[in-house]
Ligand binder design. Structure first.
Ligand code: SAM
Length: 261
């Protein structure tokens, strides 16, 4: 599989992550990703309205691939909604945690992401009546998993997290706004703040970061800004192109800022 694009330490592959062999097994330090949520988002090249059993099978298959590519010390930050109520209530985060453990991933903890500006409400159920009220928490989660052992034994790489960041981010309730689809031009982007925090908290400078569902490129931008090696996959060539454009724009602008400061 040829790279769609590469720039410095960042590479985009236009490929189906479920079947790709573009990267070496046991080569990735940290996976940060937000997969499709199966909530009928209109992606160009992915059906986001499978029946739930098919969605769980899809989740099992891609997490198996991710497991194969992770180093034994590899970690995995999985961003999904806590629950979903569109198309039927489901405990998405609980179900995907269980599947990850079936695949072999070990559980560390869960971060709650309180996205201030996102509404998850699609219905009240029975308004102002106990007949069948709908309750939905307007949060997503980041499930933290690892392959073999949590503690990293290699201390030859630099840490770049500040004391303030470490103290704030180890409190597992994170509050920052979600990203605008319109501004980014992708139907489901996460804000760069999400991969940035995961990368600085859970990896060292120079580590290899993988996003199997790259979308608009947010994880690679965060990887570039924090001097990691970044690898991203997307099944859709328009999103690969969008990620490329965003990387070039954001990272070269950052570089100019550094030169002028
Ligand atoms: C939730 S979006 C990721 C958004 C990303 N975090 C961002 O900030 O833009 C999921 C992405 O997965 C891609 N996708 C779906 N199935 C895929 C597959 N089998 N292999 C690779 N990419 C896939 C979709 O095209 C979509 O861009």
């Amino acid at each position: 599989m040829k790279k769609y694009y590469s720039w410095k330490n960042l590479a985009i592959f236009h490929d189906d992550f479920l079947s790709t062999s573009a990267i070496e097994p046991e080569s990735v330090d940290l996976i940060v990703t937000s997969p499709p949520y199966n909530v009928d988002i209109k992606y160009n090249s992915h059906d986001d309205q499978m029946n739930y059993d098919d969605y769980l099978k899809f989740s099992h298959d891609w997490m198996t691939q991710a497991y194969k590519f992770a180093k034994t010390s590899g970690r995995f930050c999985l961003n999904v909604p806590l629950d979903k109520n569109k198309g039927g209530q489901q405990s998405v985060s609980a179900d995907l945690t269980l599947i990850a453990k079936e695949v072999g991933w070990k559980y560390h903890s869960t971060i709650i992401w309180n996205e201030g500006n996102i509404s998850r409400r699609t219905a009240w159920g029975s308004f102002k009546s106990a007949t069948a009220p709908y309750v939905i928490a307007p949060v997503e989660v980041i499930i933290i998993l690892f392959k073999d052992r949590w503690k990293k034994t290699k201390y030859d790489r630099d840490t770049d997290i500040t004391k303030e960041e470490f103290m704030a981010w180890t409190n597992g309730v994170w509050s920052f706004n979600g990203e605008s689809k319109k501004r980014i031009g992708h139907p489901a982007p996460f804000p760069i703040e999400l991969p940035r925090r995961c990368i600085k908290l859970f990896s060292f400078v120079g580590d290899t970061i993988l996003d199997p569902f790259l979308g608009s490129g947010s994880t690679l931008i965060a990887a570039g800004e924090t001097e990691r090696i970044g690898i991203g996959f997307d099944i859709d060539d328009n999103y690969c192109e969008l990620a490329k454009t965003r990387i070039e724009k954001t990272l070269s602008i950052n570089q100019l800022n550094l030169e002028f400061n």
